[in-house]
Design a protein around this ligand. Sequence first.
Ligand SMILES: [Zn+2]
Length: 158
Amino acid sequence: MLSSIKIGYGWDSHEFKTGVPLKIGGVPIDHPQGLAGHSDGDVLLHAVTDALLGAIGAPDIGTIFPPSDSQWKGADSAVFLAEALKRVESAGYQVGNIDSTLILASPKIGPHAANIRKSLAKLVNVPENCLGLKAKTPEGMGTDNAAIAHAVVLLQKV
Ligand SMILES: [Zn+2]
């Protein structure tokens, strides 16, 4: 029997690197540094993807899209998210809501928050009021050279 609701949690981090374009939640952000990674380094999409996969007990993002596989080099992370959503649908669920937190020293997310929420809502295909996004600075954590994202999702049985 399928449970009527399922929770999923995802976490990701990427290091800032000069000369790499910055993309968060599918939104390109003008900044001198971007997030290094095998794909486009979109830390928020990776955390949300892992939360979706975790909720249905699927393998994690790194298992489904191994960094050792050259076809994912520089990949648009929206592809990973779309695959996770496809698996959620196949499992008989839909996204109820998502909440997320970004932790990074710079750039300030405030001016981009509305765009990021809009982009993520569109990618996940939920209304914007089903999508939470908070941005924090890493006070006392010593992670100023990284961007960290946490995400939780709630799935509902269709
Ligand atoms: Zn990642």
